[in-house]
Design a protein around this ligand. Structure first.
Ligand code: ARG
Length: 481
């Protein structure tokens, strides 16, 4: 449709190579809505007549996606259908004072802002699930790990809440991105704006944007908003991938801490007994794919000369892929988590089997006025003796305590008293520091997170309502011009 300057028609292979029509299926709805707002503005600013605007808007209502349109992208496809239906005299005016360069940036921003909201809703659902499972496991003792070696005694609720906190930061990160994405580039033209008396702010308002991307070069050629979105969703996926990794490890026969519900496990084609955690493995695998998407966007923009370049067309795939991957992961991880079977005894036995109270013993001796470096040495010696004699620290005798205090001036009886009363549950009762595995902290944190989730939901709903009411109003205007 645009080839008047060029001689021959484009061949099939060339069209297939340059076309983004397949990828553009994801933004057709936004392209149409954007055109409605643009046409209303053109009419209100006196650039096109009401009769032409009416015909264009009626034609836009009848646009259907067609794979065989011969167009290079959705913008050409929609415009050619509008011209066919409304006639050149009216339809030929729709593209006045805009370019595909501001148009595609608009469509992408509308899709990304929508996807951010969808994703934030799902993150909050998952965070809520984590908090609710945490609520049932405030007394479920487990080992906490560093270097994947048992480190301290802890609680399963504490573990779950740690991921809820990470996810709530993902929501915050995406909310920040949303503010930068929700700006309208429309009316920037190909790169330098237009001499026609358009009103960019009006279009922005009709489409529910918070403002405009002011500089027309920036508006048409920057994709930092896309890179930011894929970065934030990549961080989100790496966070989900870490949960997946833990659950994979904990569902092995060797750990046996958890068992996935049958609906969220996969069989083997040959080994009848198998129950594989494929969903979790795919979460790790899809995260790898997502990191590739991030590189694809960054690489597409890093060497781009000023202004729009067709390289940018490729960035779309990566953005769509990012949305698909993380919405899918969030959707499936929530029910997986809610149906997980936790073997509380296995967890507790693991926590009790390897003298995880050593640090608590050391801390209690500190309360007796002994320097930490000395108490650390004594507790270390107790742990060594306990390990060798295959006894728990709490089962050691006075002779063991005497060995442990050797070279210090600490009273062996005091050490024995502290050691023999040191159990995992007593240490969790005493753990009082903010954010720790202490029993009391669980209750406080669960209540705090539930409150946070509900305030994030309110914020999110107000973002969604702003868009919805703008677009409802736009439809009314478009229908009754
Ligand atoms: N299909 C293009 C894209 O997705 C739209 C913009 C094309 N602009 C141009 N001047 N060729 O990026």
């Amino acid at each position: 449709m645009y080839r008047s300057r060029l001689g021959g028609d484009i061949g099939d292979a060339t069209l297939r190579y340059v076309s983004s029509v397949d990828d553009d299926a994801e933004i057709m709805a936004y392209d149409i809505i954007g055109s409605q707002a643009h046409v209303l503005m053109l009419n209100r600013c006196g650039i096109i007549r009401k009769t032409d605007a009416k015909k264009i808007l009626a034609a836009l209502r009848q646009v259907r996606y067609s794979k065989k349109s011969g167009a290079e992208d959705i913008h050409e496809m929609v415009e050619s259908i509008v011209i066919k239906k409304a006639g050149m005299e009216s339809g030929g005016r729709m593209h006045t004072a805009r370019s595909r360069n501001d148009q595609v940036a608009l469509d992408m921003r509308m899709k990304v802002r929508n996807d951010i909201n969808v994703i934030c809703n799902r993150i909050l659902d998952l965070a809520e699930a984590l908090v609710s499972v945490a609520g049932s496991h405030q007394k479920t003792i487990m080992p906490l790990y560093t270097h994947l070696q048992q480190a301290q005694a802890g609680l399963f609720s504490h573990y779950l809440l740690s991921h809820a906190d990470v996810l709530l930061r993902d929501v915050q990160r995406l909310a920040g991105t949303y503010g930068r994405v929700n700006q309208s580039p429309l009316g920037a033209g190909p790169v330098g704006g237009t001499g026609l008396p358009i009103d960019r702010a009006m279009v922005a308002q009709l489409l529910g944007f918070d403002g405009i991307v002011e500089n027309s070069i920036d508006a048409t050629s920057s994709r930092d908003f896309a890179a930011e979105y894929v970065s934030m969703t990549s961080i989100l996926m790496t966070n989900l991938s870490r949960i997946a990794e833990d659950l994979v490890v904990w569902s092995t026969a060797e750990f046996g801490f958890i068992e996935l519900a049958d609906e969220f496990a996969s069989p083997s084609s040959i080994m009848p007994q198998k129950k594989n955690p494929d969903i979790l493995e795919l979460t790790r695998g899809k995260t790898a794919h997502m990191l590739g998407d991030l590189i694809a966007v960054l690489a597409a923009v890093k060497g781009l000369a000023t202004g729009y370049g067709r390289d940018l067309q490729q960035a779309k795939q990566a953005v769509w892929s990012a949305s698909r991957i993380c919405t899918g992961a969030l959707e499936v991880l929530r029910p997986l988590l809610l149906t997980i079977k936790v073997d509380e005894k296995r967890m507790r036995d693991a926590a009790e089997s390897s003298n995880l109270v050593a640090l608590d013993v050391s801390d209690r001796l500190v309360l007796e006025g002994i320097p930490f470096r000395v108490t650390h040495q004594i507790a270390g010696a107790l742990a060594r003796i306990a390990h060798k004699s295959k006894k728990p620290i709490s089962g050691l005798q006075i002779n063991d305590a005497k060995k442990a205090v050797r070279g210090t001036s600490v009273d062996a009886q005091l050490v024995l008293d502290v050691a023999s009363s040191a159990t995992v549950s007593s240490s969790l009762r005493e753990r009082k520091s903010a954010g720790s595995s202490g029993y009391a902290e669980q209750k406080r944190m669960i209540a705090g997170r539930a409150k946070k989730i509900s305030s994030y939901r309110t914020e999110l709903a107000s973002r969604e309502n702003k868009i919805k009411s703008a677009l409802d109003y736009l439809q009314k205007q478009a229908d009754h011009i």
